[in-house]
Design a protein around this ligand. Structure first.
Ligand code: VOV
Length: 248
């Protein structure tokens, strides 16, 4: 019988995409705009405290193209905390100028395809750190959801576990060539959102997204068994650049 692989699951993840309501923003008074920027800075300061205490992590990117203007990615131990963050942002003064564009709910995931010598590998410090990661603040981000195909002969879910493990091992060899250039967080979303996995990549040079995704298209695990959703690409928006970004 084909066996599911056991997964190790870490922090829950929310990718929260917003579009700035530029018309309302331009019509607002300078006072209102100042208040809105301050409200966002206050939220960011509170989220930073959470990150410093290792209770979660977040990043903010400016999306290129018209799919959205901003992408927040939040990691928290519970979905309740993610929902609270979302509501907090909506209730803030800045929230009055942010239109929800898209969102994605998932959980940081590592699988146990390779055998571990210990019974609870999730408790090993190096694994725990990957399940509850502090998100890199690299210059660029790329997010997209994906599925494993289940169509005719190309059905990931009818492959034996060791075959899937071998294909993912081949995949990891391609991935490792990009060490230092691309950092990945894989989040599982079966039962949580519309696709099966979320892929969040960080890079110093956005061209590396094209290079890795293209090269991986030739790995069997992607060429035969990968289905992909919408891509979002963004540039890092550090706190001290927010006011300039919103300045009109
Ligand atoms: C940036 C480099 C990189 C590296 C080193 C890497 C390594 C690894 C390893 C070792 C493993 C398996 C064990 C685990 O950790 O779960 C995975 C797993 C996974 N990957 Fe990966 N991946 C990378 C990068 C990387 C990319 C760019 C993509 C998108 C694929 C593409 O075609 O667009 C991806 C996808 C995935 C997925 C969806 C899974 C889960 C699949 C499942 O069926 O369970 N991944 N990945």
């Amino acid at each position: 019988m084909v066996e599911a692989v056991e997964t190790m699951d870490g922090w829950y993840s929310l990718h929260d995409f917003r579009t700035v309501d530029w018309t309302s923003w331009k019509l607002a008074t300078e006072e209102e705009r100042k208040e809105a920027i301050e409200s966002l800075q206050q939220l960011l300061a509170a989220w930073e405290k959470v990150e410093e205490e290792n209770n979660g992590s977040h990043v903010l990117y400016n999306i290129v193209g018209q799919k959205a203007d901003l992408m927040f990615m939040f990691l928290r131990p519970t979905t309740n905390e993610l929902s609270e963050i979302e509501t907090e942002l909506n209730k803030s003064k800045m929230g009055e100028f942010l239109i929800p564009a898209h969102s994605y709910v998932s959980v940081v995931e590592l699988s146990k395809y390779r055998p571990y010598k210990v019974e609870k590998p999730e408790e090993l410090p190096e694994i725990a750190k990957r399940l509850k990661p502090i998100l890199p603040k690299w210059e660029h981000v790329c997010f997209y959801p994906m599925d494993r195909r289940r169509q005719g002969e190309e059905n990931w879910y009818t492959l034996e576990k060791d075959v899937r493990g071998q294909l993912l091992y081949e995949h990891s060899k391609t991935g490792r060539k990009y060490a230092g250039k691309v950092s990945q967080i894989i989040t599982g979303s079966i039962g949580l959102d519309d696709w099966e996995w979320g892929v969040t990549l960080f890079a110093h040079d956005p061209l590396q997204f094209k290079k890795i995704v293209y090269e991986m298209r030739f790995d069997e695990v992607s060429s035969k068994y990968g289905e992909f959703g919408e891509f979002f690409v963004g540039n890092h928006l550090p706190n001290d650049a927010i006011a300039a970004y919103l300045n009109i």
